[in-house]
Ligand binder design. Structure first.
Ligand code: AMP
Length: 473
């Protein structure tokens, strides 16, 4: 059965009023459920309430009951949908109900993630939701000395959250044994595939007991992930919640056409604005991130860089400073585009456009989280025009031009075709979107790309503008 429902993630601490329940009752069957009715153990409910949540998101409403009934699950959902709690809460419930403590070097549940940052974030979530229990959790990731992990694992741990490489090291040296692990979650499986972790996941799976609970979460379902699910999941319930981007409608997006050599100056200008409270700047390369960060610091803007060449302590320091507000700007490569969940990022600046258009959606999704609004500005030089076209094709809209458009040297303008970016009021070559197709913001024009040119992009855009489509098997 497939049902399309309009849904927006309730913001943290927002409690639905009687009125909002009523107004959604016809369109949001999941809202008839509250956490209290899901059958979760009391200390977990208490922690959820302390965090300010009373209503499960669609993915939570569907996944939690399945995992509580011990059925394997494939969850097709992206970051921002509340997917972490959808698997963390049932794991906690199971451990809390069984009250059995793991033997030394064993763990009850294992969560595999592609990046260290995401793993750390999941551990934070687990700690918040388990704070009224005695459930223990340990982070097992590379980039740090193994000593503390070895010590923590030696006594047995309820939940291990790991990246595959370091976990395999510990399995190899006998520091951890998965033969009594009852539940396994593979999070962001498609990113695992992108990063080449699939063979490692298979190795880990081979160490688990045959009888176990397995959940696999992925934003997309490429063939290899489907095969992984076929090989390792037993009659799973398949639950699909499409949406990166509630953003698209709450993010004011624009592009500035400027020469490459002007990018640093324009970036510093943008970030000096008083409205910029917390910003993520994306570059394509690690060296680029370092250079931009140095330049911003020289310009008096409090910045830190995060990318794969930084040591784990450096990455953690950069994230902690950004999270606490000590650092205003995080300069990142795409490694930080997925999974990182910091609520009040006011601005995302694409210093360089991504090579892969989907990354644009992930990047801008770092702002406008938890019901807030946000601003995404892309700096585009002449060489990046094809990348911009790919992005516009994917999102189904042409990005309106920002204030620097006039600075673009004429040789950088596009000459062969009609030029919708040449100025704010440039006529669109294609018919304008109706209000139903795009929700306009004052002062922003959305020029519609011919859907026939971009059926895929349009479909994705539609699922991205605040519509969650649910499929329950
Ligand atoms: P995730 O998709 O797991 O990264 O979660 C995205 C954001 O939604 C995080 O800030 C969560 O704290 C928040 N969140 C999780 N569950 C709920 C809920 N039931 N209601 C409102 N916000 C939630």
């Amino acid at each position: 059965m497939t049902a399309a429902i309009s849904y927006e993630l309730p913001s943290r601490l927002e409690r639905p009023s009687a009125h909002s329940d009523e107004s959604h009752a016809g369109t949001r069957p999941d809202l008839l459920t509250t956490f209290d009715t899901l059958g979760l153990a009391e200390p977990i409910l208490k922690a959820i309430a302390a965090d300010g949540y009373s209503t499960p998101t669609p993915i939570q409403g569907k996944v939690i009951p399945q995992l509580l009934s011990e059925r394997d699950v494939i969850g097709i959902a992206q970051t921002g949908t509340g997917k972490t709690a959808s698997f963390v809460l049932p794991l906690l419930h199971r451990i809390e109900s069984e009250k059995s403590k793991p033997a030394p070097k064993h763990c009850n549940a294992l969560i595999l993630t592609p990046t260290r940052e995401l793993a750390a974030q999941i551990v934070d979530n687990i700690r918040a939701y388990s704070k009224f229990t005695n459930i223990s959790t340990t982070l097992v990731v590379g980039g740090v000395r193994p000593g503390a992990q070895i010590k923590a694992l030696s006594g047995g741990v309820d939940i291990v959250v790991a990246t595959p490489g370091r976990l395999l090291d510990h399995l190899g040296t006998g520091v951890i044994n998965l033969s009594a692990t009852k539940s396994i979650v593979v999070d962001e499986a498609d990113q695992m595939l992108d990063l080449g972790f699939l063979p490692s996941i298979r190795k880990v799976m081979a160490k688990l007991p045959r009888t176990r609970l397995t959940a696999l979460l992925s934003a997309t379902m490429p063939g290899q992930i489907r095969k992984l699910a076929d090989d390792f999941l037993d009659d799973p319930a398949e639950i699909k919640v499409a949406a990166v981007s509630k953003p698209i409608e709450r993010i004011t997006q624009s592009v500035r056409h400027i020469a490459k050599q002007d990018k640093r100056r324009v970036l510093a200008d943008i970030l000096s604005d008083k409205d910029v409270h917390r910003a993520v700047v994306f570059t394509r390369t690690k060296r680029g991130a370092d250079n931009v960060c140095k330049h911003l610091i020289a310009a008096g803007i409090n910045s830190a860089a995060i990318h794969g060449n930084k040591s784990q302590p450096q990455r953690e320091r950069a994230m902690a400073g950004f999270r606490s507000g000590a650092t205003t700007v995080l300069v990142a490569t795409d490694i930080a585009a997925r999974g990182i969940d910091i609520d009040d990022v006011s601005h995302v600046v694409n210093y360089e456009l991504p090579n892969v258009p989907e990354s644009y959606v992930h990047r801008i999704g770092r702002t406008a989280r938890a019901g807030r609004t946000g601003t995404a500005i892309s700096l585009c030089d002449h060489e990046e025009m094809p990348l911009l076209r790919d992005i516009e094709k994917l999102i189904g809209n042409q990005l309106p031009c920002g204030s620097e458009a006039k600075e673009m040297p004429s040789r950088h303008s596009r000459d062969a075709k009609p030029q919708p970016h040449a100025g704010k009021t440039a006529p669109s070559p294609a018919p304008r979107a109706t209000n139903n197709e795009t929700r306009k913001r004052p002062g922003h024009q959305h020029h519609k790309i011919d859907p026939a040119q971009s059926r895929d992009g349009l479909m994705r855009m539609l699922s991205n503008i605040g519509e969650f489509t649910q499929t329950a098997a």
